[in-house]
Write a protein that binds this ligand. Structure first.
Ligand code: PLP
Length: 387
């Protein structure tokens, strides 16, 4: 019999829609239907105004100029556009892309597609802490490097790459820096200028906004030669054609405002909750292992290995708690996480791991309950563990 999960601890897969975000969206689903690209009448003007406001709200979170922000369908599309669009604009003279082995699938697959179009791809390894090595990045850069793409916060292990250092190195070498900030935007302090980002990908549904909307920051968009990946009416500065959804834009805008207002407080609270949850778990399971740097991390993500336990069996035993054994897009597939394996975990350890994510709507009581259930399930799964 199916058990309905009562506790949601999968905030890296997606986040619940904030009710205030829904309020901001509703007028554009209930009457204000105009095409925001219609310039000859009021119906278009009122939804265009909503889109303009949302653009300002999203840009403000990272200190960007709103004219440098375009809307997309999500971080997947933003990453595709940033990577394929930049490589297409740079080929054949500059034909080299540098990225990292632990990136999100949509970055790795965009890189692979660029490779099929003639680009050389360098996949940098990471250390056991999940962080790239700045010396290796510097060594990989050549006169033909068109783009460096390194994610901000990892969606499986929560580690924060050294963004400011990467941006500084890219500035010295004159190479544009793209960061997939889907898990970082609105959650950790992030300024496009401070990290010298040329491109930054953003997703609505990771920040309590709606699914199906994201954004791409393109520094100096007007001068950008990025090649569109979708042809059409030339919306979004000619780079991303298609009619925008004013409701989704308004939702992303409202989610951005709320995220920026609450960031400091929520980050501190999430850190306290994570520490409490971990110490509760460790009381019962002293040999659990935290995957990824404990220093450079977003605290709303914990990727834990329970030595000797089987992650999928744990998930099956813990159906009342929504968690995952990897990324949402990958967990349906066979095999343990490539991200954990890139950290040096063997297959057994990677298969004994769970990703636990929490945030705005998670209560301490839920974490208490989950810790107790996880301890129970791990002990049942592997009686040697933690006893
Ligand atoms: C969720 C996520 C994506 C994909 O975002 P969508 O908006 O769902 O397309 C890309 N990168 C990272 C790091 C993510 O967490």
């Amino acid at each position: 019999m199916a058990v309905t999960p009562s506790i949601y601890l999968d905030y890296q897969a997606t986040t619940p829609l904030d009710p205030a975000v829904l309020d901001a969206m509703l007028p554009y689903l209930q009457g204000r239907f105009g095409n925001p690209h219609s310039v000859t009448h009021r119906f278009g003007w009122e939804t265009e105004a909503a889109v303009d406001l949302a653009r300002e709200q999203v840009a403000a979170v990272i200190g960007a100029d709103p004219v440098d922000m375009i809307f997309t369908s999500g971080a997947t599309e933003s990453n595709n556009l940033a990577i394929k669009g930049t490589l297409a604009a740079s080929l054949p003279h500059k034909n080299h892309l540098i990225t990292v082995a632990t990136e999100h699938k949509c970055v790795l697959e965009s890189a692979a597609a660029a490779g099929r179009s003639g680009a050389d791809i360098t996949y940098l390894p990471v250390g056991s802490d999940g962080l790239l090595d700045m010396n290796q990045l510097a060594e990989a850069m050549t006169g033909r490097t068109a783009l460096v793409s390194v994610m901000a916060v990892n969606n499986e292990i929560g580690v924060i790459q050294p963004l400011a250092e990467i941006g500084e190195l890219c500035r010295e070498k004159g190479v544009p820096f793209h960061t997939d900030a889907a898990q970082a935007f609105g959650k950790i302090p992030l300024s496009a200028d401070d990290i010298n980002a040329a491109l930054m990908s953003i997703s609505g549904h990771k920040i309590y906004g709606p699914k199906g909307i994201g954004a791409l920051y393109v520094r100096n968009l007007k001068a950008s030669r990025i090649v569109p990946q979708m042809d059409g009416g030339g919306q979004e500065a000619g780079i991303r054609s298609g009619t925008l959804s004013p409701a989704l834009c308004a939702g992303l805008g409202a989610a951005s405002v709320i995220a920026a207002e609450r960031r400091e407080r929520e980050l501190a609270e999430t850190g306290r909750n994570a520490a409490h949850f971990l110490s509760r778990l460790r009381e019962g399971l002293p040999d659990l292992v935290i995957n990824g740097s404990e220093r450079a991390r977003y605290p709303g993500n914990l990727n834990l290995t329970f030595p000797g336990a089987d992650g999928d069996r744990l998930l099956a035993d813990l159906r009342d708690i929504a968690m995952s054994s990897g990324a949402a897009c990958a967990s349906a597939m066979e095999g343990p996480s490539y991200v954990l394996q890139a950290l040096g975990l063997d297959e057994a350890a990677a298969s004994s791991s769970l990703r636990i994510g929490f945030g705005r709507f998670t209560t301490l009581e839920e974490l208490e309950f989950a810790a107790g259930r996880i301890i129970e399930a791990v002990r049942k799964n592997n009686p040697a563990t933690g006893s």
